[in-house]
Design a protein around this ligand. Sequence first.
Ligand code: ADP
Ligand code: ADP
Ligand code: MG
Length: 449
Amino acid sequence: MFKKILIANRGEIAVRIIRTCKEMGIKTVAVYSETDKNALHVQLADESVCIGPDKAKDSYLNEKNILSATVLKGAEAIHPGFGFLSENSKFARMCEECNIAFIGPDFSNIELMGNKSNAREVMQRAGIPIVPGSDGVINEYEDALKIAEKMGYPVMIKASSGGGGRGIRIVHKKEDLKSAFTTAKAEAKACFGDSSMYIEKFIKNPKHIEVQILGDKFGNVIYLGERDCSIQRRNQKIIEEAPGATISKELRNAMGEVAVRAAKYINYKNAGTIEFLLDEDNKFYFMEMNTRIQVEHGITEMICDVDLIKEQINIASGKELTIKQSDVEIRGHAIECRINAEDPSKNFMPCPGEVKYLNLPGGLGIRVDTAIYSGYEIPPSYDSMVGKIIAYAPTRFEAIKKMERALSELIIDGIETNINFHLEILNNENFLNGEFSTKFIDKEFGHCF
Ligand code: ADP
Ligand code: ADP
Ligand code: MG
């Protein structure tokens, strides 16, 4: 087992990883930008190294500085968390070349699945149902037009290298295609440095259902149930729950088996997520694979009683999975609310600043994953998600009530947050009845912004 791990991330996920390392008796090295010198992950780690100035590209994305810090501190492994370098196959390869374990899949897995258009082709070869769409990348508007006309509107234009809901446009009619194609391409170039696009049929009122998988170096792959991440704003998740409110045991097993087949086809190792769109007829289609730990991994941990970060570390150190598929048992219901520093009354504009006073909820079944504290200055430079509240209870209804209770205790003075917006969703009748799709927020709250 590793004696020391460097965590190449910040915020709540860095804190989350440090916690498991401590429980496993593994020493931790935090890295931080100049802006983050007082951050919680720096205070909780055994050692820390400044890796550069404020801008992510100079610090958290600075591969050479991170590798130097790893060597300098004698860490044997790097946990990349999510975002930043977590899905960067070049970085994973550099780790391998420096004889540092990358706590994630092989770089070849990341390369294969990181490009979403490529991943579709691979999955199609594996016999996995994919969302109908273009074969490969579409570079020219004329080609986009041909495919859209053939498929019929509405269509979804998506960036091959996209993530975090960016570089995606829905097009309802021919007249809108050109501008959507051009602006999505420009956004993709700016966000991901890659303007290649692909097109999918727009699935009407789908649910976003994803399956958590774990694979080891011995070819064992298991699935740990699903998460329903349909509550999204601008294609970005804000509330997730596990298990899915409307997913039958049969459908769960069917999706799980397809996810395992997909992972086995590419000889996938470590934790990963296969995202599916589930249509109104309960037909499901592969959308993308995230080759990393996800923001919402905690809800799966609650219902399966598994520490996914611990499993990731075990797998990367060469251990065989300790859980068999038959050991996976889903108990109870978990819901997660992502708490963002943003102002719902100003179109959810990011709203960083000083946390003047913080009161965190607690009690039976409440888990808080955050890196903020009273007096902490949330910098404007990074993601606006400042924490996650997870409620766990025997039933979905009780989990929702528990979440409401927890959110009413949560006080983050000094900044605007989306806490009240969460409360409105939790009280919405259609949400309570499990009657929602990815269009839920637009349909129910569209008039608000
Ligand atoms: P999840 O599926 O884990 O919920 P998200 O799409 O919310 O993932 O992304 C997790 C984090 O990683 C967010 O902070 C998001 O901004 C960031 N992220 C995701 N994909 C990319 C990417 N391709 N490039 C840069 N950041 C990304
Ligand atoms: P990202 O890499 O940014 O996470 P995804 O491909 O996972 O992008 O899509 C993000 C969200 O956009 C999905 O969860 C879903 O709500 C919506 N979406 C994506 N593709 C389609 C589609 N073909 N039809 C309908 N909705 C879609
Ligand atoms: Mg996605």
